[in-house]
Design a protein around this ligand. Structure first.
Ligand code: ASP
Length: 328
């Protein structure tokens, strides 16, 4: 009883320090962390109904990934499983529900990275791959390249059994209405969103993946940080796995996900210290909105963001699990 109380109190203390979560006293056998985008996500902008939908979908994404990890599956498969759930949901800006470019089209980016050997795959500006994360995986597993764009990426996907769809599949009224609004008012708020997942599996392997429709009203051909290894996604078994969301131009210029791993590797920072340094100082100081989710090789979790909210959640082998939306 007292032990449980102490455990709970120490959990609260850790949690209050910038979303740093020590998964448990000993290394957990697996950990999964997901995000569904960061931005101006406040209670004021949300209805209880919408809140419920997001929470339920995030839980479903966690369950899909955890099922893989629990059965001894790989972090790569877990990350893929979680991202698929979010890509297939119109709630998030990835796959179905991707935002519109200035031309009124959908152009999606995604990447995945294997912490064992730093192998990685990515697709950018794809318009027909139903699940861009599967396209990224096909590039990693079936080509000698890391990043393939547009039609070339779609050909790789098709050749490897990844489903292609008509562009109309990605249409959602909500994103279209918002695109029209941005077009008319040149509105500057909340133009982004992305999904991502990172995992540590029972074999001690880390993986990270990220998928996005990019930013509403982006120029045709614009590519953000999400498919750029080291900017939007990074995983290295020696340090951590990270997936980012936010204003991609800043995340590319500040090489955010690699910078976090580099601070751990070269300066010996803890995961949370590295995440704070990059997200709450370097990026925040220059107006780079967004956040990251990460797990390190010991199972420590970070969910750090400098925006009012970030859709996020985690689950560990110790049956600790949580889904959160707002800052507090
Ligand atoms: N980082 C994504 C991009 O710039 C958008 C986001 O995460 O909100 O394309």
């Amino acid at each position: 009883m007292i032990r449980n109380l102490l455990l709970f109190l120490s959990f609260l203390v850790f949690f209050s320090f910038g979303q740093n979560i020590r998964a448990q006293e000993q290394k957990p056998s697996y950990v999964l962390v997901i995000h569904g985008g960061a931005g101006v996500i406040t209670k004021k902008n949300m209805t209880p109904e919408k809140e419920k939908q997001y929470t339920a979908k995030l839980k479903e994404a966690l369950q899909a990934g955890e099922k893989v990890l629990k059965n001894g599956g790989s972090s790569l498969d877990a990350v893929t499983a979680s991202i698929l759930v979010m890509e297939n949901s119109p709630l998030f800006n990835a796959g179905k529900g991707a935002v519109f470019t200035a031309e009124g089209t959908n152009e999606m980016d995604a990447s995945i990275m294997d912490g064992r050997d730093l192998n990685a795959g990515a697709v950018a500006s794809v318009r027909h791959i139903k699940n861009p994360i599967l396209g990224a995986r096909a590039v990693m597993e079936h080509t000698p390249h890391v990043l393939i764009i547009g039609e070339g990426a779609e050909e790789v996907a098709a050749k490897n059994g990844v489903e292609l769809v008509d562009t109309s599949y990605f249409f959602t009224q909500k994103r279209w209405d918002y695109f029209q609004k941005v077009k008319k008012e040149k509105e500057e708020v909340e133009k982004h969103g992305t999904v991502g997942a990172v995992a540590l599996d029972m074999h001690g392997n880390l993986a990270a993946g990220t998928s996005t429709g990019g930013m509403t009203y982006k120029m045709k051909g614009r590519v953000g940080d999400s498919p750029i290894i080291g900017a939007g996604t990074y995983a290295d078994n020696n340090t951590c796995a990270v997936s980012a969301t936010g204003h991609g131009e800043y995340f590319m210029r500040y090489v955010v996900t690699y910078d976090i791993t580099a601070l751990m590797k070269y300066k010996g920072y803890s995961l949370q210290k590295a995440a704070n340094e990059v997200i709450m100082h370097k990026l925040k100081d220059v107006g780079g909105d967004g956040g990251i989710i990460a797990v390190d090789k010991n199972g420590n979790i970070s969910m750090t963001f400098n925006t009012p909210g970030m859709f996020r959640g985690y689950v560990t082998s110790e049956e600790k699990s949580e889904v959160r939306i707002y800052k507090d």
